[in-house]
Design a protein around this ligand. Structure first.
Ligand code: SF4
Ligand code: SF4
Length: 352
């Protein structure tokens, strides 16, 4: 019995149209929920540290894939009873487990046919720029003179837009016509020439309803200051989101302004739990990055509800998402436990 291996060069990818079809079918088979293609020319003029050609100078096409966040993974956070599910299954698990498997397997399919493919299922944690695009001092230096310093960061939401997969909403979230903001994005850079898809021109998704702005516990969205960019000749605009405010509040932190004896999140000595966190302390990360205690109240849940109410999403449901009033914790009052809650002894309640 001889060893067995994969079939190499079994699929001819030399015709861009046929190759695009083969790659898209494979992407869906491997677990992507939507797939689109952008030709590399659409990244012309990208900032140096975000330019795909800095990573792969011979790149001809970028394959963008949408991975849905299951609406059910937001249920526990909506009800306030199973908060970890969104952070694990809808956030870290997709980003660090499911998406890498799909983009790696699709890249293997392309490489089996003799073309190079770079799987990218997450933003590089080694990126050489901060959230505002400024180079990190004393972090890395160009490996060759005149090159970008490692790591280059391909903006995944912009990539999804340039692959024709949907819009960038006022919230800066990528919105797909299938799932609205319930999306994570993975991409593959490749030197195969693939027929590109047009930039999204379907039913308008973001109608500036501002539901995201109103429901964000961090009040992180500016309605006056926006970011305007031109992407492949199209004007795109989103709110100048205050990332520092978001990253503080999305973990459930509220700033008390006073150093706490027992802070909610010890790296932030003045932090206390916000009304949007039922935890006494920030719970640990799940799958590395999952710590979305706010359950994306504004940018995902409120936006999704708004889009579903307008009937613009393809993934429709028999029942509406919000079925009970939004919960908020009043931390100045003692907890009211349900009948049947059992503590080992009364001190375990943690009430002073
Ligand atoms: S909530 Fe409304 S304004 Fe905000 S991104 Fe969604 S559709 Fe746009
Ligand atoms: S993750 Fe939470 S805090 Fe951050 S923008 Fe979305 S709703 Fe606001």
């Amino acid at each position: 019995m001889a060893i067995m291996t994969r079939d190499f060069n079994a699929v001819d990818l030399s015709d861009p149209k046929a190759a695009a079809l083969a790659v898209k079918r494979k992407a869906l088979e491997l677990g992507a929920d939507a797939v689109g293609i952008g030709n590399i020319d659409r990244w012309e003029g990208a900032p140096l540290q975000m330019d795909p050609k800095q990573i792969m100078p011979e790149c001809k096409s970028i394959i963008g894939m949408v991975f849905r966040v299951e609406r059910g993974s937001l249920r526990g956070v909506e009800e306030g009873t199973y908060m970890s599910n969104y952070s694990a299954m809808g956030y870290g698990g997709i980003t660090y487990l499911y998406m890498p498997m799909t983009v790696i397997n699709l890249s293997k399919f392309i490489e089996d046919q003799g073309y190079e493919a770079i799987p990218m299922g997450h933003q590089s944690d080694w990126r050489g720029i901060d959230n505002e695009g400024y180079a990190l001092p004393k972090f890395s230096r160009p490996a060759r003179p005149g090159q970008a310093q490692p790591d280059v960061m391909i903006q995944l939401r912009i990539a999804a837009y340039l692959c024709g997969l949907g819009e960038i909403g006022f919230s800066k979230m990528f919105l797909s016509p299938q799932f609205g903001p319930r999306c994570r994005v993975g991409i593959i850079m490749t030197d195969v020439e693939l027929e590109p898809d047009p930039i999204y021109d379907g039913p308008q998704l973001c109608n500036r309803c501002m539901a995201c702005v109103k429901a964000c516990p961090a009040q992180a969205f500016s309605t006056e200051k926006t970011i305007k960019v031109k992407l492949a000749g199209h004007d795109v605009e989103w709110s100048d989101l205050d990332m520092a405010k978001c990253s503080y509040a999305f973990r459930g932190c509220k700033d008390s302004g006073v150093v706490q004896d027992d802070p909610y999140n010890p790296p932030s000595p003045t932090s206390v739990p916000g009304e949007w966190s039922p935890f006494y302390h920030k719970p640990k990360n799940l799958y590395k990055t999952g710590q979305a205690v706010c359950g994306s109240r504004g940018c995902t849940r409120a936006c999704m509800i708004s889009l579903e109410n307008r009937g613009v999403l393809q993934n429709t449901f028999k029942e509406k998402f919000r079925r009970r009033p939004v919960w908020n914790i009043d931390w100045s009052t003692p907890p009211e436990y349900a009948p049947g809650t059992k503590f080992r002894n009364s001190d375990d309640e943690g009430i002073d």
